[in-house]
Design a protein around this ligand. Structure first.
Ligand code: MG
Length: 379
């Protein structure tokens, strides 16, 4: 059997740091989700995987024994260093020998198997709600939304001795194994995970898509996924370098490590500022355009009983007049309004331009003069 691996780890959209770690050391693969304070989680998940890796290289013990030794290492460090007191970590590992995957597991990270289109969880969550589901106290659906769904009942580093779940899985060509932290499974449904795994042949693409899906769903936690494809061939390293790739060390993906972690808090600040700037620019532009349009409007109305030329429109918004007086004539508005053709003065008679407004005023002046002359000339 040949294993092709894809891996991605991301800080998510909310957390300050990535406390997940992963190990790609063919034929050994693992994810660990650290917990316990700002620094503790990072230290716990790294220390656990480094310990397992070292023992694996030294050929000491079974995978389970290596994990129990890692537990002691995290526990001792937690007791010795006040800065990381109380830290712990999950650990879900797969060691592949010939056509068998030896799985070892502690905590609420998970291993899944996609085989011939069927998708199932291989590990059991060591959580409070997991126990309650097992005891028939709540349903799996209730567990998904339970307020204490993140309470882990078993983790490396919290007790001097540790029980490790073990499972040996006979592998078939075409099998796909997923190891992941709860940052994936709390954000993305199993149906969605299965759909992505089924529709994405390349394991690295699949890992990247799963992380993107978790981030699109909110990315409330660190997200780490390892996708292992079982293919025909011998179990060489497939060009995967023998490295412990620790997500906490700053890499976000084995294929694309970047400085995203450091950039994230800054980006969180910059995004709202850009949004605010855009809103301000749009409002200023809208206001400026409106003012320009307003300045091109003219009308003839009434001020202090006189026929008056205004710039703007005869209206007000929230007490703000959308016009101002340009010329107040000495023509009495009441006399002008007596002419049917000038009856709209009180509401304002619109004009295309200042000249147009002046022409209306001139017309009123002529009409009034003619009327006065007619009145004088009358017997
Ligand atoms: Mg987590």
């Amino acid at each position: 059997m040949k294993i092709e691996a894809g891996v991605a780890s991301d800080i998510g959209r909310v957390r300050e740091g990535n406390e997940d770690s992963y190990l790609i050391e063919p034929p050994l693969y693992a994810v660990a989700d650290g917990m316990g304070g700002h620094r503790g989680g990072e230290v716990a998940s790294q220390l656990a995987l480094e310990t397992v890796e070292r023992l694996f290289h030294e050929g000491r013990g079974t995978l389970t024994e290596q994990i129990r030794e890692a537990n002691r290492a995290v526990f001792s460090r937690s007791a010795a260093d006040r800065k990381v007191t109380g830290m712990g970590t999950t650990l879900t590992a797969a060691m592949i020998q010939d056509d068998v995957a030896h799985l070892a597991h502690v905590g609420d990270s998970r291993a899944y198997l996609l085989r011939a289109g069927a998708f199932r969880q291989l590990t059991e969550d060591h959580t409070l709600v997991g126990k309650m589901v097992k005891a028939g106290e709540i349903t799996p659906a209730e567990a998904d939304v339970h307020p204490h769904r993140n309470v882990v009942t078993r983790a490396l580093g919290t007790e001097p001795d540790l029980e490790v779940d073990e499972l040996d899985l006979g592998l078939l060509e075409g099998d796909r194994i997923l190891l992941c932290s709860d940052g994936l499974t709390n954000m993305v449904t199993e149906e969605q995970i299965q759909a992505i795994l089924t529709s994405t042949p390349d394991p690295q693409d699949a890992a990247d898509r799963l992380v993107r899906a978790a981030n699109r769903a909110g990315g409330l936690d660190n997200i780490t996924v390892v996708v292992l494809d079982v293919a025909e061939g011998d179990s060489e390293r497939n060009g995967v370098p023998p490295t412990v790739a620790l997500a906490s060390a700053g890499a976000t993906s084995r294929t694309g490590p970047s400085a995203r972690e450091g950039a994230r808090p800054l980006r969180r600040l910059v995004r709202p500022l850009i949004a605010l700037a855009v809103v301000v620019v749009v409002l200023v532009a809208a206001f400026t355009a409106f003012r320009a349009w307003l300045d091109g409007r003219w009308y003839v109305g009434v001020a202090d009983g006189h026929v008056t030329i205004y710039q703007g429109i005869p209206a007000e918004v929230l007490g703000y007049h959308l016009s101002h007086v340009v010329v107040e004539t000495n023509l009495p508005a009441s006399e002008a309004e007596a002419f049917p053709s000038h009856a709209g003065l009180v509401e304002g008679v619109n004009a295309d331009s200042r000249e147009g407004a002046q022409a209306i005023v001139d017309q009123i002046r002529q009409d009034l003069r003619r009327q006065r002359r007619a009145a004088k000339g009358a017997p």
